[in-house]
Design a protein around this ligand. Structure first.
Ligand code: NAD
Ligand code: MG
Length: 282
């Protein structure tokens, strides 16, 4: 069983830095070949500095998109993501700030639009988690932080971006396997991830008239800074999946390409489960 870290103080809230992880996560497969699936699109990605968000940014760049990434304050990680995107010949706008603040969400969308003149893809992906063994230890401060970070910005960012989104544009959300099967140590976190599933299904219906698709990805254990920041003992991480290992961000990013591209034109309100084989409800 994993041993939890103490609930972090505000100043220590940040996940670890990606380049300090051993082994370093694989962001994109060395043999991944882009095929202009997102040529000249613009994507806004929350939590795009590291982990799954960084993988999405680099895959999108490989597929021909410019990206804007929102992150809390991990400037070092964000700079590396920007370099990786630029290596693909695409632009990367860095937007540092706190997604818990509605005004920042609006500002970030504005800055993205002003820089690129359009927004075609919104990827909601930033999140925090604070594992607790006892439910009594889930403080009200923690509940607020988890919900305000993990689900509120899904409303604020999309509300600000919607006036710019047109037919064929789309939204991709990040839920979790914990939404579908629960998690005894992450009750508040799993609750926000369940909310993201319902949000996705509802918004998909609401925006279908505008021909804007809304889908999501529900990852299982993926090797990212969030994991290192959350758990003291990570030796068994992912071992309890049918495949017996954790996944890499490089195994998640391609699903975000699929859901953002025309290849998924008849799919909305759905989730792709990237979890090493655990069978969960739709
Ligand atoms: P990560 O730590 O690399 O990415 C999360 C990012 O969210 C951080 O880099 C941070 O910049 C950003 N963030 C957090 N709070 C913020 C705030 N208040 N304002 C602005 N940005 C903020 O971790 P990751 O594992 O890549 O997580 C990405 C998504 O994947 C999350 O939604 C997470 O819940 C989900 N997920 C991860 C796993 C896993 O095993 N890694 C499993 C299931 C779901
Ligand atoms: Mg990070």
């Amino acid at each position: 069983m994993k041993k939890e870290k103490e609930f972090p103080e505000q100043s220590q809230e940040l996940p670890g830095s990606e380049h300090l992880m051993h082994p370093e996560p694989e962001i994109i497969r060395a043999n991944y070949i882009g095929s202009k699936k997102l040529q000249d699109k613009v994507a806004l990605i929350t939590g795009g500095d590291s982990g799954i968000g960084r993988s999405v940014a680099v895959h999108y760049a490989k597929e021909g998109a410019d990206v804007a990434i929102i992150y809390l304050s991990e400037d070092e990680d964000a700079k590396i993501t920007k370099e990786l995107v630029e290596k693909e010949g695409r632009k990367c706008l860095l937007l540092s700030g706190d997604l818990k603040e509605e005004a920042f969400c609006k500002q970030a969308v504005d800055d993205c639009y002003k820089t690129f003149g359009k927004i075609n893809i919104v990827v909601n992906n930033a999140a925090v988690q604070f594992p607790q063994t006892n439910f009594e230890d889930v403080t009200s401060d923690q509940v607020h932080k988890t919900f305000e970070t993990n689900i509120y910005p899904y409303f604020f960012i999309v509300q600000a971006a919607l006036p710019h989104l047109k037919e064929g544009d789309c939204i991709v959300n990040t839920s979790s396997v914990t939404a579908y099967r629960g998690s005894e140590h992450l009750v508040d976190y799993a609750s926000t991830k369940g909310a993201i599933v319902s949000y996705t299904r509802s918004l998909a219906k609401m925006l279908s008239d505008k021909k804007i698709r809304v889908n999501g990805v529900a990852p299982g254990p993926i090797w990212t800074p969030l994991i290192v920041a959350s758990f003291d003992d990570i030796s068994d991480f992912g071992k309890d999946t049918p495949m017996g290992r954790a996944g890499q961000p490089s195994e998640v990013g391609p699903a975000y390409v699929f859901l953002a591209s025309e290849d998924s034109s008849y799919i909305t309100g759905q989730f792709i489960h990237i979890n090493g084989g655990e069978v969960v409800g739709a």
